[in-house]
Design a protein around this ligand. Structure first.
Ligand code: ADP
Length: 188
């Protein structure tokens, strides 16, 4: 099974992605985590990416597409979180997966209203101290999501691959909905 987790910053994709990948025993590819690892390692890619991340902007398509393509080769099953975030990325992902004969099955959209998102991000800022969780970057990331990322939803909708879930509630509640959405059995 190949799944994309999709939604605005703070929607809970990261938390749920780790759990779902573990449960389905598939590779978890999270571009935000990969980029933070590059930043932490001080690589050239990390230095470049940090400039964009700290402003709340997207890392350029060609950079991020190359990064993810180099990791698509693993097993058959994969869970992708934080990617695609632009139409160009969505098209590149489809092309790469088609070529490998491993098309994407589903894109799960986490629906959460804006007020709740901002609350969660501010909360996360105080807990994790992520350098891109400042009030200015949070607002910038929301704008970037609306302008560049939201159109990706229509892209998947028009090809019938979107499953929508309510992202409000406890992590366990959301996880149960996620399991149902991807057609896995619900043991919890
Ligand atoms: P969030 O938890 O806010 O959804 P992530 O941890 O997924 O954020 O990503 C953090 C930052 O990394 C983004 O704000 C962006 O700068 C960069 N990034 C992550 N994924 C992508 C992507 N697919 N395209 C461009 N930039 C990305």
């Amino acid at each position: 099974m190949r799944i994309v987790l999709f939604g605005p910053p703070g929607a809970g994709k990261g938390t749920q992605g780790v759990r779902l990948a573990e449960k389905l025993n598939i590779t978890h590819l999270a571009t935000g985590d990969m980029l933070r690892a590059e930043v932490g390692a001080g690589s050239e890619l990390g230095k470049l990416a940090k400039q964009y991340m700290d402003r709340g902007d997207l890392v350029p398509d060609e950079v991020i597409i190359n990064m993810i393509k180099s990791r698509l080769g693993g097993g058959d099953g994969m869970l992708i979180d934080g990617f695609p975030r632009t139409l160009g990325q969505a098209e590149a992902l489809d092309a790469a997966l088609q070529e490998a004969n491993k098309p994407l099955d589903k894109c799960v959209y986490f629906k959460v209203d804006q007020d709740e998102l901002v609350k969660r991000l501010i909360n996360r800022a105080s807990e994790q101290g992520r350098s891109d969780d400042t009030p200015e970057t949070i607002s910038r990331r929301m704008d970037v999501y609306q302008q560049q990322t939201a159109p990706v939803l229509d892209y998947y909708r028009s090809s019938g691959r979107i499953v929508e879930i309510d992202g409000l509630g406890t992590p366990d509640e959301v996880f149960n909905r996620l399991i149902l959405a991807v057609g896995g059995e619900n043991k919890n």
